[in-house]
Design a protein around this ligand. Structure first.
Ligand code: FAD
Length: 322
């Protein structure tokens, strides 16, 4: 039986593992993809909006030549932390169920070859993030192959008609890259003006692109239907059809509550947040902790690496105080 199993090797799961190790425990991390799989799936050429020291975990310096690290530097850094701290990580194994037992928990696992197994632990830390669960549009045509909730890079969209849904940084960054490869970009955004959360250095470029009509920005608009060759948009009190090749629905993510609920964690219906003690990250299920963005409610962006990386220290302190 393991003392502690951490589910998820994102920055917050790894931070928890490093803190627990520092406190004298030897947690096992189980990850269904690669280490920091969410960052691996970020847009290829992304630059973090955080400065490197705010992304550091396990007390290991994150040194980069530029003010903000790139995705690639982030991947290198977190991999290096896992190596230096000699963290025990089993990648490409998914936790499919969490059962409570008299001694703690039994986890059901499936590896990348589809083989099933079980693993027992006295304590479990759920750090499963949110990246697998995009906020869906729930409109006809969303299931078409031309629609994606993830943007990686612009090249495949060169010269094509792209609709981006969303108005935050992911949408703006994608729009700017797409314009550079000659795509015809329309942004469908429900806000009345540019979001205040857009990065300070992105905003003027977007404004200039809008002014020059290189990006068509539809404020207070909503995508209503997607077809193979066109989309229907509600804007200015009327509905318009525009020709379209691909739709990028960059509408953010929400943590999957199912594993938490299945394990007995109470979730606040109104805020969408699981019940936990912010001093210890303990949930209402004895022995079960949460770390990282999975602790957020409906406003998932309230927790991010900068803040969620501290959860591990609270868990380590709580576990070693008993
Ligand atoms: C484009 C983009 C840019 C961002 N830039 C920044 C930034 O500059 N600064 C910042 O602080 N934040 C940033 N964020 C937010 C940040 O990425 C998240 O807050 C962060 O990844 C949360 O870390 P986490 O460890 O909680 O979850 P994740 O990083 O999502 O990690 C969760 C891990 O759990 C694994 N997992 C899930 N379910 C299971 C399962 N059942 N079994 C096993 N493993 C499982 C996943 O594969 C994943 O690796 C950005 C997000 C995006 C999308």
């Amino acid at each position: 039986m393991e003392q502690v199993i951490i589910i998820g090797a994102g920055p917050c799961g790894l931070s928890a593992a490093a803190e627990l190790k520092e406190a004298g425990l030897d947690p096992l991390v189980i990850e269904k993809g690669s280490i920091v799989h969410s960052i691996y799936r970020y847009p290829t050429y992304l630059t973090f909006h955080s400065t490197p020291e705010l992304l550091e975990i396990g007390g290991i310096p994150f040194v980069t030549p530029n003010e903000k690290p790139t995705r690639l530097e982030g991947l290198n850094y977190y991999r290096m932390v896992a190596e230096r701290k000699k963290l025990r990580i089993r990648t490409y194994e998914e936790v499919t169920a969490i059962h409570r037992t008299d001694q703690g928990f039994r986890l059901s696992l499936t590896d990348r070859l589809g083989r099933e197994s079980c693993c027992e632990a006295q304590h479990v830390v759920i750090a499963t993030g949110y990246f697998d669960h995009p906020n869906e549009l729930n409109i006809p045509g969303e299931e078409l192959a031309k629609v994606s909730h993830y943007y990686t890079e612009a090249h495949p969209y060169a010269g094509l008609k792209i609709v981006i849904v969303g108005g935050n940084n992911s949408a703006m960054d994608a729009a700017l890259e797409l314009v550079r490869v000659g795509a015809e970009v329309t942004i469908v955004y429900r806000g009345a003006e540019l979001s205040p959360y857009i990065k300070a250095w992105t905003r003027p470029v977007i404004e200039s692109m809008m002014e020059k009509k290189r990006i068509r920005m539809l404020f207070e608009s909503e995508l209503k239907e997607i077809r193979e060759d066109a989309v229907r948009i509600a804007v200015d009190g009327q509905e318009i059809w525009i020709d379209n090749d691909f739709v990028l629905a960059l509408t953010g993510f929400k943590p999957n509550r199912e594993p938490l609920v299945q394990a007995g964690v109470t979730v606040n219906e109104q805020t969408g947040a699981p019940l936990y003690d912010p001093e210890t990250m303990r949930t209402n299920v004895p022995g079960l902790y949460i770390a990282g963005v999975v602790a957020a409610g409906n406003r998932a962006n309230d927790i991010f690496i900068e803040t969620g990386r501290h959860h591990g220290r609270l868990i380590a302190r709580d576990l070693t105080s008993h």
